[in-house]
Write a protein that binds this ligand. Structure first.
Ligand code: BGC
Length: 867
């Protein structure tokens, strides 16, 4: 006998307990939990109340959906009484199962509304005006403070804080929250994010103080290339308001205004690319407490309110998610040590110093790699100086980490520390957007496990507010091509539903008047990037589709749809004969391929076809039938034009590269009767290169899926496990702990690549992990069942791998596989979450496959492998 179903992992707008929801009808999602097999939700009832106690009885005062006969468990839109600014809401869900049995209501979850109307913002924008400079052009970070008196005990307090620049909020001597680099990165001309902090535990009856430290951040710090800064403005500013709810239910609003005061303290400069300079002798001790004497401080400047609307942050913030201890600390000279953290990571270090003479300057330089002489290799940072300086106070113990800077590194050169430095004194602080990890993979091959690990670390390092290309050099931009090729893998590693939904707004914001998508998003004004590059700009269509497939987020697809259509219309208008010859912007081709130049028009037209196809499918999902027909027909015509112009009678695609063949096969741009031939050309090229790949960013993620689909699983495994150049495992054989930007970032023959781009933490080639999950792990999306409503379980053993285990937490819950091959038989253990089904495809022993449907619960299968 099974127990009734219950709803768990309740989330609102894709987030756990969000404060500051500022959409009028927040969407609610849950997982269905239940024991036994074939469990299904047949109905739900959502109740939302203004106090948790109201959920106990029948009197949910905000919304009672009543019993809704539906299996939906994600994105259920709130439809109760209108929600007000700053309102708290508690909610719970009751489920009915396959036998129409009602379960108990779930434990309550909470969400809280943000400020819903521009009129809610009454606080002033304040800033510092002119700022002291360091000798190398760094600008001091102002500290701002305000005090206020609260007349009664506090029941609830919230701070709504926005900044142009980045801020740390302090309250009565303590840091509020553990988020970093708030309020985040958008095109500040279009929208400015704000964050909501819970100050209930920090404020009290009587005198209180609030303080903020402001950094340059993306707003006016160094962004993009060539040592440029001030893209959006020249000096950071702040707007904060506090809502205090007293024990008697009365409320009060307080906020930044002309009474706030400012001073410059220890943070002499802090820039994301250049680093931070901190003079601990200049700390303003107790500056955010009410008793602090600020008579030496000066009044703040009150600034004009920015034109762009303030919007609540829509995704998880950046946080430190892990702290790494060094694997080695070596003395390299008088007062110089080299620290190896063992992992190429992104963030900064925390120093712990003992009894240093006051005024001692400790300088930290960083590197991803060491050069041939064991010294830090910094050329690849280009104009990003990435240097932190700490000037000691002279206390018995000093602990410090920077506030507003980050970089990618594995090694730290510490100079200025004359005594011994031990491992406990320098720690790596790993920082990134704190999206929940949503998958894992492990198998019998340690090199493959390392590859999977490197892909995950590449994502951790580069998913910081936006999906960036790289975290170390002067660039760190939301390059669209990289983002689209990696998106499916990204969803398997982490729950990036909210992260990409936020970024897709940046993508739409960066679209030009004429419909051209930019190559990067957010696009810093006049930063020198182009628009319309094939496979880069197409991310504006591809990523919304990937998000639809993975998370079934229809509202997101709907929001993006007009921009997707404008893009396809834009390319079409410039290319009426349907071969994408005109308007290709900076046209990067199959970026960083190896001696395999794919004709750019072939690649471009393939992506034009792909975008038209995905647009038509999106229209179908959204029920826009006329568009579905129109763009479906456009796709067919582009396909015919592609075949006519680029595919010969033997199925060879113009250019003859792996990329050309892979894209044509993957996007369905080869006549069915020629597909086998096209695949044969692809395999012949791989063989000609002695079983090596030549693919660049744009085609690499499609390579193994195409080989597998075309019946060459053997070649897919052979490439995956190849460890000589160029290959995924080549970098691993040479000690890589993240995915390199280039196949030849470093080779034994040539050493470091000397071209001006050489990142050792770039995730694009890591797009192979989609296939690792799908086929090595056996957990794939079943096409047509968006949001993993049905999982395709089709493990494809090969390459001598004898066992593998994988898991993925989709919006429906956790799927797990574990297989092993013994005596020619494949044994599979499978767990399917409730309210989900699986199509299990296994070898039939005779060279074919058989397919079984499985409901939720634990299953075990055995299938003879052929041969
Ligand atoms: C970036 C890439 C990006 C490319 C455009 C590079 O500088 O690092 O990842 O996609 O430019 O080709």
């Amino acid at each position: 006998m099974t127990t009734p179903l219950c709803a768990a992992r309740l989330r609102c707008e894709l987030l756990d307990t969000p404060l500051g929801v500022d959409v009028p009808a927040p969407r609610l999602s849950w997982e269905v939990h239940g024991d036994g097999r074939e469990r299904r939700q047949t109905a739900y009832r959502v109740r939302v109340a203004s106090a948790p106690a109201l959920l106990d009885g029948e009197a949910a005062d905000l919304w009672d959906s009543g019993r809704v006969g539906s299996g939906d468990s994600a994105h259920v839109a709130y439809a109760g009484v209108p929600l007000r600014s700053a309102q708290s809401a508690w909610w719970s869900v009751q489920l009915w199962d396959e036998s129409d049995r009602a379960g108990a209501p779930s434990s309550p979850a909470r969400f809280e509304m943000g400020l819903l109307s521009p009129a809610d913002w009454t606080a002033s924008w304040i800033g510092a005006g002119a700022r002291p400079r360091t000798h190398d052009g760094g600008r001091a970070c102002p500290q701002l403070r305000g005090t206020f008196h609260l007349r009664r005990p506090v029941r609830r307090a919230r701070a709504y804080v926005s900044a142009l620049g980045v801020y740390e909020l302090w309250c009565n001597g303590e840091r509020a929250g553990d988020e970093r680099l708030l309020p985040g990165w958008t095109d500040y001309r279009r929208r400015i994010p704000y964050t909501v902090h819970d100050l209930t535990a920090l404020l009290h009856q009587g005198d209180n103080a609030l303080g903020a430290v402001l950094g340059d951040g993306w707003y006016c710090g160094h962004v993009a290339f060539n040592g440029r800064r001030n893209f959006w403005g020249r000096s950071p500013s702040l707007c904060a308001q506090v809502l205090v709810e007293y024990d008697d239910g009365s409320r009060e609003w307080l906020g930044t205004d002309s009474s706030w005061r400012l001073a410059f303290g220890a943070v002499l400069a802090s820039d994301m690319q250049m680093g931070e300079t901190y003079d601990a002798r200049r700390e303003l001790r107790g500056w955010s407490t009410p008793a602090y004497d600020d008579s030496g401080w000066r009044p703040v400047s009150v600034l004009r309110r920015p034109a762009a609307p303030l919007e609540s942050r829509r995704c998880e913030p950046v946080r430190v998610t892990e702290t790494l201890a060094p694997v080695a600390v070596t003395r390299t000279g008088a007062g110089t040590h080299l620290v190896d953290l063992g992992q190429n990571m992104v963030g900064w270090v925390r120093l712990r110093l003992h009894r240093l003479p006051r005024g001692t300057r400790i300088r930290l330089r960083f590197a991803e790699m060491l050069d041939g002489n064991g010294r830090i290799y910094t050329e690849n940072y280009r104009a990003a100086r990435c240097t932190d300086t700490y000037v000691a106070r002279g206390d018995a113990v000093e602990e410090w980490e920077p506030s507003f800077t980050f970089r990618g590194f594995r090694y730290v050169e510490v100079s200025g520390h004359r005594g011994d430095l031990d491992a406990a004194q320098v720690e790596g602080r790993v920082a990134h957007t704190d999206a929940p990890v949503a998958g894992g993979f492990e198998c019998s091959d340690p090199m493959l496990n390392r590859l999977w690990h490197n892909v995950l670390w590449g994502q951790r390092g580069n998913f910081l507010e936006v999906p960036t290309d790289c975290p170390q050099r002067d660039e760190r931009l939301g390059w669209m091509g990289d983002a689209q090729i990696f998106a499916p893998t990204a969803t398997l590693n982490m729950d990036v539903a909210a992260f990409y939904a936020k970024w897709l707004q940046d993508v739409a914001d960066a679209q030009r008047e004429d419909g051209a998508f930019a190559d990067v998003a957010p696009e810093p004004p006049d930063c020198g990037t182009s628009a319309s590059a094939p496979a880069w700009a197409d991310a504006g269509v591809i990523v919304p589709w990937v998000m639809w497939e993975r998370y079934a987020d229809r509202a997101l697809l709907q929001r993006q749809y007009p921009s997707m259509r404008r893009w396809v219309d834009h390319v079409h208008a410039a290319n009426p004969d349907l071969l994408w010859r005109n308007g290709r912007g900076n046209d990067y081709g199959d970026w960083l391929s190896v001696e395999a130049d794919t004709p750019k028009e072939v690649l471009a037209t393939a992506f034009f076809a792909r975008s038209a196809e995905l647009l038509a499918r999106s229209a179908g999902v959204l029920g826009i039938e006329e568009d579905a027909r129109r763009y479906g027909a456009l796709h067919d015509r582009i396909r015919s034009a592609f075949i006519g112009a680029h595919v010969d009678a033997d199925g060879r695609v113009e250019g003859g590269t792996q990329c050309a063949h892979v894209l044509a096969l993957r996007f369905g741009l080869v006549p069915p009767q020629l597909r086998e031939r096209t695949a044969a050309h692809l395999v012949a090229d791989i063989e000609k290169r002695d079983w090596h790949l030549s693919t660049g960013f744009v085609s690499v993620g499609h390579l193994l899926p195409v080989l597998d689909e075309m019946g060459r699983l053997d070649v897919a495994w052979r490439l995956l496990l190849q460890d000589s150049f160029p290959s995924w495992l080549f970098s691993i054989r040479h000690g890589a702990t993240t995915i390199w930007e280039r196949w030849d970032g470093w080779t034994p023959e040539k050493g470091f690549q000397t071209w001006h781009m050489n990142s050792f933490n770039h995730y694009s080639f890591g797009s192979v992990a989609e296939w690792i999950y799908d086929r090595a792990g056996g957990i794939a999306l079943d096409p047509g069942a968006a949001g993993f409503a049905r999982v395709l379980v089709r493990p494809r053993p090969g390459g001598g791998v004898t066992w593998a285990r994988a898991w993925h937490r989709s919006i429906r819950g956790v799927v797990r596989t574990a297989w092993r091959v013994e005596d020619g038989v494949l044994h599979l253990d499978l767990e399917v979450p409730a309210n989900t089904t699986a199509r299990v495809v296994l070898p039939d022993g005779a060279g074919g496959e058989r397919s079984v449907e499985a409901g939720s619960g634990a299953h075990r299968f055995s299938a003879p492998l052929s041969g």
